[in-house]
Design a protein around this ligand. Structure first.
Ligand code: COA
Length: 335
């Protein structure tokens, strides 16, 4: 009997915008300090897509992933993009990427909306197409341009986020490498812990009520978050999701060579790591440079970890994310 078909991560790529926004820059914009931001979050600077669109970032990350995999765009049979800041409401950013990279006509390309869990949701779906033999090679992208969702006068949120994109090429294999287990979860009842109404809030046909000032109306389209509550739920759900992935893969936490968590806050990552009894050197962090890049966060970190030689063939790498929705997700992969 032939070995099971698996989705192997054949290549990685990422793109970070040129413009750097430091904590010191933010000190000039809102009442905050470099010290407060570093102590509470671990973030020192983030990138802002001042000239790049969502498609620009996604396409550049995808091109780099194709190059690292040694795969041509003409071999791609599926494109899935996790994003909540698409190029347009429609068509999907995945369709724009298909056109930009000259991926074959007829190849399915679509976006998934799962906020900061967007990349892992996209990976989960694409992995199933590959493992079922429907697509031999798939492009999976996580991209967000959160700078367009932020109220830059709100210090409680504007210090946390940045823009960026990451991508992987999945390739069907009957070898041992590839996705061993993957889970995705949601709880729509807790949608109001973390949300951004966006353009939908702008229509003049929605009754805003007489009491609301124009300033409040202006702000209402931007990202809103219950920081403390989000923090606690993030740790709880990420730990549970990792344990589920480990159980489904039939391995123990001690076998994790590298945990690549969503880069939201170093205190969330530390609390998650401690509950799994993982040593610090087995957990990847780059949020000091980029902040929380939402769906871009995990594939950007994976690309950097891979380029830094942190992953060797056969290593177990585990991803975990948490985001608005609420959504959460984890995957265990043999490199
Ligand atoms: N600079 C200075 N002070 C700030 C500030 C800033 N940027 N943002 C908030 N503060 C103030 C608050 O107003 C508050 O002041 P007060 O005590 O006078 O009321 C104080 O700092 C403490 O605020 P608090 O919200 O309790 O801080 P915290 O330790 O919980 O940290 C977060 C706040 C947002 C960093 C933290 O809750 C967090 O990271 N939550 C998760 C957010 C997240 O990751 N979301 C995305 C998930 S995908």
């Amino acid at each position: 009997m032939a070995a099971k078909l698996r989705a192997k991560i054949a290549g990685t790529g990422s793109y970070l915008p040129e413009k750097v926004l430091t904590n010191f820059d933010l000190e000039g914009m809102v009442e905050t300090s470099d010290e407060w931001i570093i102590t509470r979050t671990g973030i020192r600077e983030r990138r802002i897509a001042a000239t790049e669109s969502c498609t620009d970032m996604a396409a550049k990350a995808a091109e780099r992933a194709l190059k690292s995999a040694g795969v041509t765009a003409s071999e791609i049979e599926l494109v899935v993009v996790g994003t909540v800041t698409p190029e347009m409401s429609f068509p999907s950013t995945a369709c724009f990427v298909q056109s930009r990279l000259e991926i074959k006509t007829g190849v399915p390309a679509f976006d998934l909306s799962a906020a900061c869990s967007g990349f892992l949701y996209a990976l989960d779906v694409a992995e199933k197409y590959v493992a079922a033999g429907v697509a031999k090679k798939a492009l999976v992208i996580g991209v967000d341009r959160f700078s367009q969702l932020i109220d830059w006068s709100d210090r409680s949120t504007c210090v946390l986020f940045g823009d960026g994109a990451g991508a992987v090429v999945l390739s069907a294999t009957r070898g041992k490498s590839g996705v061993m287990a993957s889970n995705i979860h949601s709880d729509g009842r807790k949608w109001d812990m973390l949300y951004a109404p966006g353009e939908a809030a702008k229509t003049p046909f929605v009754e805003q009520g007489d009491q609301r000032s124009s300033d409040e109306e202006h702000r209402s389209q931007y990202l809103s978050m219950s920081g403390n509550e989000t923090f606690k739920v993030a740790v709880r759900t990420m730990v549970a999701s990792i344990k589920e992935a480990l159980k489904d893969a039939g391995i123990g936490a001690e076998e994790i060579k590298l945990l690549i968590p969503h880069q939201a806050n170093q205190r969330i990552i530390k609390a998650t790591r401690e509950r799994l009894k993982l040593p610090e050197e087995r957990v990847y962090m780059n949020l000091d440079k980029y902040g929380n890049t939402s769906a871009g966060s995990i594939p950007i970190a994976l690309d950097e970890a891979s380029r830094e030689g942190r992953l060797k063939r056969g290593d177990i790498v585990v991803f975990v994310a948490f985001g608005g929705g609420l959504t959460w997700s984890s995957a265990a992969v043999r490199w």
